[in-house]
Design a protein around this ligand. Structure first.
Ligand code: ZN
Length: 197
């Protein structure tokens, strides 16, 4: 080990491990060439590591591995983020719903190209809009690590979003989008979802 301390600022962008820096997650629920916006990084492929006063980042110059050192002891390793990694197994991207889907099923059941976008669009900075029939805004924001949209839901949900009498209703989405009208404005709201990290 030839360790070198890295000179960093107080904030360092690291690769999201869940999506391996691609911003897109593909698990058992995402059939065929479908992927979903990563729940951990909201499609950015990275998260911000706050470098506290008792922390250092050191790189092993033999293999390039970067370690986080806390109070002088190696804690864990991170990968510094440069740009989105590409996936080769995804052509369509949507927001996660917790349900099993394929692009073919979605388009046959009325999904629009605003809700299920081409991977190339995602790489150009576009975000899909959630499909309101398949997920509610409280559920989605909670799944993506942001509980600030509470919508006074618990009295309606009693533990299961799908059983909520307001599930899939436009009124909740209008509240969630908070006045955003255009697709661009709604995408901007989606970008604001806070990170779990
Ligand atoms: Zn991610």
């Amino acid at each position: 080990m030839i360790l070198e301390e890295l000179k960093t600022g107080k904030k360092v962008r690291c690769v999201c491990e869940s999506c391996e820096g691609t911003g897109i997650y593909k698990g058992v629920a995402e059939h065929d060439d479908l992927g979903v916006i990563c729940h951990y990084c909201n499609g950015t492929g990275n998260y911000v590591l706050n470098v506290e006063d008792n922390m250092q980042l050191v790189r092993d110059n033999n293999n390039g591995v970067v370690y986080v050192v806390i109070d002088g002891i190696i804690s864990h390793q991170v990968e510094l983020f440069k740009e989105l990694n590409r996936r080769t197994d995804v052509n369509y991207v949507m927001y996660g719903t917790g349900r099993f889907f394929s692009p073919t099923y979605l388009f046959e059941h009325g999904a629009s190209e605003i809700n299920v976008i081409r991977y190339e669009e995602f790489l150009n900075g576009v975000l899909p809009l959630p499909i309101k029939e398949y997920v509610c805004p409280r559920q989605l924001s909670q799944d993506y690590g942001d509980c600030s949209f509470d919508n006074d839901c618990f009295s309606h949900c009693s533990g299961s979003f799908a059983k909520c009498d307001k599930y899939g209703k436009l009124e909740c989405w209008n509240k969630f989008y908070d006045g955003a009208q255009t697709i661009d404005e709604k995408q901007a709201v989606m970008r604001m979802i806070n990170k779990k990290y």
